[in-house]
Design a protein. Structure first.
Length: 463
């Protein structure tokens, strides 16, 4: 679904729209609106009342109003359908692009979807049922059947006449897909090739058989990955036996990228992914999405408390150790969060594959050690400048903290980099290894390492 944001254009034309609505100057309003881009109209009318938006849609030309409707957020689409009459809702839905209509239908409650389907023409209802029949978040839900198919035995002249006849109804005509008598995809032809070829040239002589196609049952993320990998604005979609069933365009893939990136960012921030804009989410939804993860992380930190309780005697024996505790464990959490972020993103854009885990382990082992030693040396200097209550043992204290920081940073880097691989291998989203989760695990490990080293190195002196 397309989104929008406030712009200078909105602030400039909104007062005029409101004035023309108040004066019931509908003819002038219609002429002014059809000069704008549909996305700008959708952005502009979001501040109008539901009744005023309904009036705007009643005065817009039928096909144009369907284009505007596609750019409205889901909640405004649903509200508008309640405000308009049955016939106009039917017109809007039948004129919508099939892929955009599918996204609307899958968001509606089941009973509402059933009533809406009754408003579609038999042909459009068949298309809608077919697209909704594919799994949720699959390529099939994102595709449109409005592609242009041609045959290899046609001449360029025949093909151009065919495109002129049906092209207006298609999503795009930049690429034409060559199919056999059973509608199996065998090649493609760019419109550019048609234009610069002789009218009598056969399609089979100019077609390209190196076709990159998606399967309708593939996860929708595969569409964005393929477009980025092969630098293609349009991809054909086939079923299990190679029959061409639709196409996916870059605007649909852009929506997928936004959704998936938002979901990953939410998970990496330590909350369940929101499925709607922030201000559209209810207060209870926000609490529920955040509460589960906060509880999990809180319980994780309680483990840290329990670990510290086991070192209570050590803590009582040397206050200086407690003073440096935040420095040590925060270094591990920060290192782990950095590594997790790098690896999660690398897995997402396929810079790194699951099979590369050992190479990543080697790199993080070396970089974690170097970073830890660097931070540890700074901690050593800090102890030298301000040794605290045990100046006579500053070297031992400084060495302990240096070793602890180095070890904790190293462990944090390894934990943060390997956890996403583990989750991916188990079939989970690597983004679940959120930075707060890695930091919590690193805290526990950091406390154990810090006090274990302190007991080993400082027993008989500070302790």
């Amino acid at each position: 679904m397309h989104g929008y944001s406030e712009s200078l254009l909105t602030r400039l034309i909104l007062p005029d729209i409101e004035a023309m609505l108040a004066q019931k100057n509908y003819k002038e309003l219609r002429e002014a609106l059809i000069e704008l881009d549909p996305v700008d109209i959708a952005e502009t009318i979001n501040t109008l009342t539901a009744e005023e938006r309904a009036i705007v849609f009643r005065i817009l030309p039928r096909n144009f109003s369907a284009d505007v409707f596609e750019y409205l957020p889901f909640d405004e689409q649903e509200e508008l359908m309640h405000s308009l009459g049955r016939e106009q809702v039917s017109a809007l839905l039948n004129d919508m692009d099939p892929d955009d209509r599918t996204q609307l239908l899958e968001e509606l409650p089941g009973k509402v979807t059933k009533r809406v389907m009754e408003l579609l023409t038999p042909q459009e209802r068949s298309v809608a049922v077919t697209l909704l029949g594919y799994p949720e978040d699959s390529v099939g839900r994102r595709m449109t059947p409005e592609y242009t198919a041609i045959h290899q035995g046609w001449t360029v002249e025949q093909t151009i006449l065919h495109v002129r006849k049906i092209g207006r109804e298609k999503e795009t005509i930049n690429i034409l897909y060559v199919v056999d008598d059973n509608d199996h995809l065998i090649a493609y032809v760019k419109l550019r090739s048609l234009i610069f070829s002789e009218p009598t040239t056969l399609i089979k002589d100019i077609m390209n058989q190196q076709v990159i196609a998606l399967n309708a049952f593939d996860d929708q993320e595969s569409a964005s990955e393929a477009m980025i990998r092969y630098d293609l604005p349009i991809l054909p979609v086939v079923d299990s036996d190679g029959t061409l069933v639709g196409i996916v365009t870059s605007d649909d893939v852009f929506d997928v990228v936004v959704e998936e990136t938002t979901e990953d960012m939410h998970r990496m921030g330590g909350l369940s992914a929101l499925e709607e804009p922030y201000f559209n989410a209810s207060f209870l939804t926000l609490v529920r999405k955040r509460g589960g993860w906060l509880l999990l992380l809180f319980l994780g930190e309680m483990i840290v408390v329990s670990v510290m309780e086991s070192f209570e005697t050590t803590i009582q024996g040397a206050t200086a150790l407690v003073l440096f505790l935040p420095l040590v464990i925060s270094s591990g959490g920060n290192s782990g969060s950095q590594a997790a972020t790098l690896v999660i993103r690398a897995l997402a854009v396929q810079d790194v594959r699951l099979r590369d885990w050992f190479r990543v382990f080697q790199r993080e082992l070396l970089s974690g050690f170097i970073l830890g030693a660097f931070l540890g040396s700074i901690a050593f200097i800090r102890v030298y400048i301000w040794p605290g209550e045990h100046p006579e043992h500053w070297i031992l204290l400084g060495s302990t903290i240096t070793l602890a920081v180095t070890s904790v940073v190293l462990c944090g880097a390894l934990l943060g980099s390997m956890l996403p691989f583990l989750l991916r291998s188990l079939g989970f989203d690597p983004a679940l290894s959120s930075t707060p989760l890695v930091a919590t695990l690193s805290d526990t490990i950091g406390v154990i390492i810090y006090f274990t080293l302190s007991i080993f190195l400082l027993q008989g002196t500070i302790l």
